[in-house]
Design a protein around this ligand. Structure first.
Ligand code: FDA
Length: 436
């Protein structure tokens, strides 16, 4: 007969939201055996953004221990023994394959049945495959995706194998591709980025911002091919990729291909059971879904973004951390017949590669104005962008800032001060934010 286990709280997913939810449960008070985290990955929850920044970069001799949650916020690191010490069952290498929310029952890939009183869904995102973009990739070896620890380890092995003769093609022009290209280059691979859009990060960066980053990457020796789609691959007799075929009829030599072509929320287990919106699981301002006692956190949640009066889904680490903390506070408060204020999130995301580092707060809508030193050859480039909508500053980006400057731009994005004109922002530059 199948083994059955029963918990007060079950978290599906041991990623960023899972790790931070565990931390908040511990803070709020947890009895031994009340909480289980069930995760497909074989390791304790870690700071996923570090996969492309630190953990993949063999030149810095990375260790997983350095990126366990909650390293990202500078709090106590939750090593595997932390979960044991706090009476939390961390069940790794285990995938939930069936969820029946009506009977509060989950079934894992080894047939174990898990019963819960309250469920927290923190299943994150899965990579969109090249095949989903119509690019045939079946049976081609050395095409890598990067989402989970196993993906990272497979890619690391290939990077070690080809380190003296690495020819990497990175498909996609988003954050992940940018960070991966930098890490591959730092590990002595020849790198070409290729993507169909007209400039890198085109959904977020203005063309002027991209011009800086493209210039910087080109100076580092990375080749960038824009406005060009990948159509397929050539392989050797072992099925290992040798060339990437492009829609202009040319080919690129390659022995490693990294595909950073998007991600989608991992919600398939709950199809037809939980109301969805914008591709995610719809929640209220406490991360409660349409099903009683079921919460959704992190990448999978479409929640009310109070500042903008809109329902949004956010695929960034900061929201994964904060939504997890907020949901657990709301769960614990409700048990005592209390409430917490509803979630009031200021969008924040960041990236780092080579010597560059930036942060962004708010919304990138409306008109934009850039300020500062945007020369990609500068030894210490420092510049930013304001976004202005209806006469108010609604978003601020800063490259190369100091901690107090990042704090200042966050305050501006939250307060949305009015501004006379774009010229004022352009002239005042960062001082508009720091004097605010
Ligand atoms: P997350 O993906 O972290 O965790 C989901 C977990 O659920 C995984 O452990 C998965 O195995 C598990 N799971 C899924 N289905 C399951 C099932 N059926 N059974 C059991 N377990 C299951 N953000 C940012 O702000 N700045 C950045 O620089 C970056 N950089 C970055 C790099 C890379 C390589 C990636 C992949 C992502 C980023 N991000 C980022 C995005 C950020 O990492 C992401 O938003 C958070 O990890 C989301 O946290 P979640 O906990 O929602 O999902």
């Amino acid at each position: 007969m199948a083994e059955e286990k029963s918990y007060k709280y079950v978290i599906i997913g041991g990623g960023v939201a899972g790790g931070y939810a565990a931390r908040e449960f511990k803070k709020q008070g947890l009895k031994p055996g009340e909480l289980a985290i069930i995760s497909r990955e074989a390791v304790s929850p870690f700071e996923r953004p570090e996969l492309t920044k630190v953990y993949i970069d063999l030149s810095v001799n990375p260790t997983l221990a350095s990126i366990y949650c909650c390293a990202g916020t500078g709090e106590e690191k939750q090593y595997p023994h932390w979960y044991k010490q706090n009476g939390i069952d961390l069940i790794v290498s285990t995938e939930i394959v069936k969820a029946d929310l009506a009977s509060k029952t989950l079934v894992s890939d080894d047939g174990t049945i898990y019963k819960y009183q309250t469920l927290l869904i923190a299943t994150g995102s899965t990579c969109i495959r090249l095949a989903e973009h119509g690019i045939p990739e079946a049976d081609v070896k050395n095409i890598f995706y990067l989402r989970e620890i196993d993906d990272n380890d497979e890619l690391s092995l290939a990077m070690e194998l080809y380190v003296q003769k690495g020819q990497a093609v990175v498909i996609g022009g988003g954050f992940l591709s940018l960070e991966m290209s930098s890490s591959l280059k730092a590990n002595n691979h020849e790198v070409t980025m290729v993507f169909p859009e007209p400039w890198i990060l085109n959904r977020f960066f203005t063309p002027e911002m991209s011009a800086f980053y493209e210039g910087y990457l080109i100076n580092k020796g990375i080749k960038i091919i824009k406005g060009t789609a990948v159509t397929g691959f050539n392989t050797n007799s072992d099925g290992v990729v040798t060339e990437v075929k492009l829609d202009d009829g040319t080919t690129l030599d390659a022995n490693i291909v990294v595909a950073g072509v998007g991600a989608k929320p991992a919600t398939s287990l709950f199809k037809g059971q939980i109301e969805e919106l914008n591709g995610g699981l719809k929640t209220d301002g406490f991360f409660k879904t349409s099903v009683p006692d079921v919460y959704a956190l992190g990448d999978v949640a479409t929640f009310p973004m109070k500042m903008y009066g809109e329902m949004r889904r956010v695929e960034h680490a900061d929201n994964a951390r904060k939504s997890a903390g907020h949901a657990v506070k709301a769960i614990k408060a409700a048990e005592e017949g209390k409430t917490v204020p509803d979630y009031d999130y200021l969008p924040y995301f960041y990236s780092r590669f080579f010597d560059l580092s930036w942060q962004f707060y708010g919304d990138n809508v409306g008109e934009s104005v850039m300020f500062g030193d945007t020369d990609p050859k500068s030894p210490k480039p420092k510049f930013g962008t304001y976004w202005v909508k209806d006469g108010r500053v609604v978003g601020v980006f800063l490259e190369g800032g100091a901690p107090e400057e990042y704090k200042a731009i966050a305050e501006v994005a939250r307060a949305q001060p009015s501004v006379e004109s774009l010229d004022v922002l352009s002239k005042e530059g960062l001082s508009f934010a720091t004097k605010f």
